[in-house]
Design a protein around this ligand. Sequence first.
Ligand code: ZN
Length: 279
Amino acid sequence: MEKLIITAAITGSRIGRDATPYIPITPGEITESAIECWKAGASVVHIHVRDPETGQGTQDREVFRRVMEPLREKTDLLICMTTSGIPGKNLSIDERLAPVSLKPDLASLDAGSINLGGGVFVNTPEFLDRATQVFQEFGIKPELEIFDLGMMVTCLRMRNEGKLKDPLHFQFVLGTPWGAPATPKTLLLLHENLPANATWSIIGIGKNHLPMSMMALAMDGHIRVGLEDNLYYSRGKLAEKNAQFVERIVRIAAEYGRDIAAPNEARRILGMPALTPIR
Ligand code: ZN
């Protein structure tokens, strides 16, 4: 059984302090939470940033830099940067892709449009083509976010067209109110469509977090945790730190007998070059 990659999704761009007082907002809070997750066993952090004044999500390169620099300096984490834009803001393709010039290891690529949070999460074919080109230019591996089967079809077509290069890495997002449900059958169907050598991880939204994580544990997949996807640690009880979610998966994996991948092992599993030490 392959070692388990735990990704921590620290904050997202939607959730405010009205929903939970524990959501990291400032670059300092996001960085600190990411470091706690790394110490707890996460090898990848999925990073959105917020405008420190308004708390709203932003694609401002400078704010991303204020998170990435300390993470590069203090940890060997793989950094997965979002390119999803900000809900309701309709950012241009260039605005969405601007921060990837900071060269994160991975960047999310949402492989199609879908209703989300009361609006439309727009990912046009033009965006997908441009993003894959820009990622290639900066040596970034795409993390292919899949909300339904059609997005998988899109990725397989882009692979056939040579726009996505093996080995592909997928992040299944199951249990959003408008996308594929978080059920074992849905996961099996997506899994059946994985191309050769692909790796995959899973996000179970909200109460689906643990059931989907257990499926991934048994099926040799990887697991994403964190406040972007799930505010509650257990029924009615808010999670107070992202690291709590990481610690729980580490404990369960230990009982199950699956080892946790350190960041350099995660690079190997994902088919990425080893990190050259900067210190
Ligand atoms: Zn995200």
